[in-house]
Design a protein around this ligand. Structure first.
Ligand SMILES: [Fe+2]
Length: 192
């Protein structure tokens, strides 16, 4: 299986995680997975200019928390199966991973859903999906969020993920597909 799902990146700087520190320190229910909106102003100030130079801006940014021992719903971020990319930074829970799936023949297909912060996604029944790829996510990694996936946190640690949805600069919501993202980020891809 070709890896069209996750590649580690070296952006040339280590992003600071002030937004995550704020969210993590005030989170009261560590047994519950959750999702938080992040304002662009709360991100490391080097990220937006770095992306802008590549012709990319951020459609929206969020933090995902996955509690210890939790496997999240198999889903596609957004309303469409479209191979679009995000950049994710994962903190905590070493050994946890993202898993990608293909739908089993005869599957009844996904359901359109909305997260607690209003973003749309497609949800799949796990028993209608077959795993095809998995990867431990770095700091950061380019990930394919437009193909069915979930998070396996089969560790006893909290897993925190800062996640940026990429779009082409100067567009409203024209997301960046995997193949083009790999070209754009080629100088920053780690080997493997
Ligand atoms: Fe996702």
């Amino acid at each position: 299986m070709d890896n069209r799902f996750a590649r580690d990146l070296d952006l040339g700087f280590t992003a600071s995680i002030a937004a995550l520190d704020r969210i993590r320190s005030s989170y009261q229910t560590p047994e519950k997975s959750s999702i938080f909106k992040v304002n662009l102003s709360e991100l490391d100030g080097r990220i937006c200019p770095f992306l802008w130079d590549l012709g990319i801006s951020i459609f929206h940014s969020e933090v995902f928390y996955t509690s210890p021992g939790r496997f999240t719903t198999v889903h596609v971020d957004g309303p469409d199966l479209d191979d679009h990319c995000k950049i994710n930074w994962v903190y905590g829970a070493p050994g946890s991973r993202m898993v990608w799936y293909e739908e089993a023949p005869g599957s009844s297909g996904p359901r359109s859903m909305r997260t607690a912060i209003g973003s749309s996604y497609l949800a799949y029944d796990a028993d209608t999906c077959n795993p095809i790829f998995h990867a431990e996510i770095g700091q950061p990694s380019l990930v394919n969020a437009g193909f069915p996936h979930n998070v396996h946190n089969d560790t006893n640690e909290q897993r925190w993920c800062v996640s940026l949805v990429l779009k082409y600069a100067n567009t409203e919501r024209h997301f960046v597909p995997w193949d083009h993202a790999v070209e754009i980020f080629a100088p920053f891809l780690k080997s493997g």
